[in-house]
Design a binder for this molecule. Structure first.
Ligand code: F6R
Length: 241
């Protein structure tokens, strides 16, 4: 696992540079997209690079996770967030960006179909990740099986409190359930690029980099990945030895 400590703007450039390098070498690459605050500067940088000629016209992308039950037009539905923050700003082909269907009548079937779609696309080449203050990646909360696949999960109170800022500050408005790629699903991506900034992430980053691999800090499974890049600012790195 390579750990880079740098200012947030530099981290965004490094992550965008990894995506650009991949797309230039493999224009039909499969990207893995995260939501939340952490990747926003990366998406800004990718949108900027797209204006300078970086093309996503042959690429595809899979989202990490989705809330269960948010109406199709809800601005915080992750499908809509990804559309706004990156998909609509670059030239992905129509329907090239997929996410788990949090409105499916049969959620387990939707999860299985999502796994098949990722596998059918040949797997994810580069997965962008954030990390929760409780150490989750995607929505694999503490206690998630290290062998987990895409499934329904219950969000922890801590995650719902962390995400209340996207719902007008109301924890009660944050959905209780989500569909998320599993840890084993994520580990099959060929390159993992995790971004973390701010002191609130310091404990999770400490566990990720220096803790024992444990389902109680799910991101620690990244220690077993052959190509994992962890991009952190000084505050997020403040508990590293
Ligand atoms: C979002 C996701 C989550 C976030 C994490 C950090 O798709 O998978 O794991 O990456 O909750 O969120 P932010 O970046 O908002 O601190």
């Amino acid at each position: 696992m390579e750990v880079v400590i740098a200012p947030a703007e530099e981290l965004a450039r490094l992550a965008a540079g990894a995506v650009e390098g991949l797309l230039r070498a493999k224009p039909d690459a499969v990207l893995g997209l995260a939501t939340g605050s952490s990747p926003l500067a990366v998406y800004d940088e990718l949108a900027r690079r797209h204006k300078e000629g970086l093309s996503f016209a042959r690429a595809r992308a899979f989202m990490l996770d989705e809330y269960v039950g948010l109406p199709a037009d809800h601005p915080e539905r992750y499908r809509n967030v990804i559309e706004k923050e990156i998909a609509s700003r670059v030239d992905f082909p129509p329907d090239a960006v997929q996410g788990p269907d949090g409105l499916a009548a049969d959620l387990p079937a939707a999860c299985a179909a999502y796994e098949e779609a990722i596998a059918g696309a040949g797997g994810v080449d580069l997965q962008i990740l954030g990390i929760g203050t409780d150490g989750h990646i995607a929505f694999n909360e503490p206690g998630s099986s290290l062998a987990s696949r895409t499934r329904i999960k219950t969000l922890t109170r801590q995650t719902r409190e962390d995400n209340a800022r996207f719902f007008g500050g109301s924890v009660e408005d944050v959905p209780r359930h989500c569909l998320t790629q599993g840890l084993a699903t994520i580990m099959e991506a060929r390159h993992l690029v995790l971004l973390a900034t701010g002191r609130a992430k310091a404990e999770a980053v400490h566990q990720l980099v220096e803790g024992p691999v444990s389902a109680m800090w799910p991101a620690t499974i990244m220690q077993l990945h052959p190509h994992a890049t962890v991009l952190v600012d000084d505050a997020a790195a403040s508990r590293l030895q």
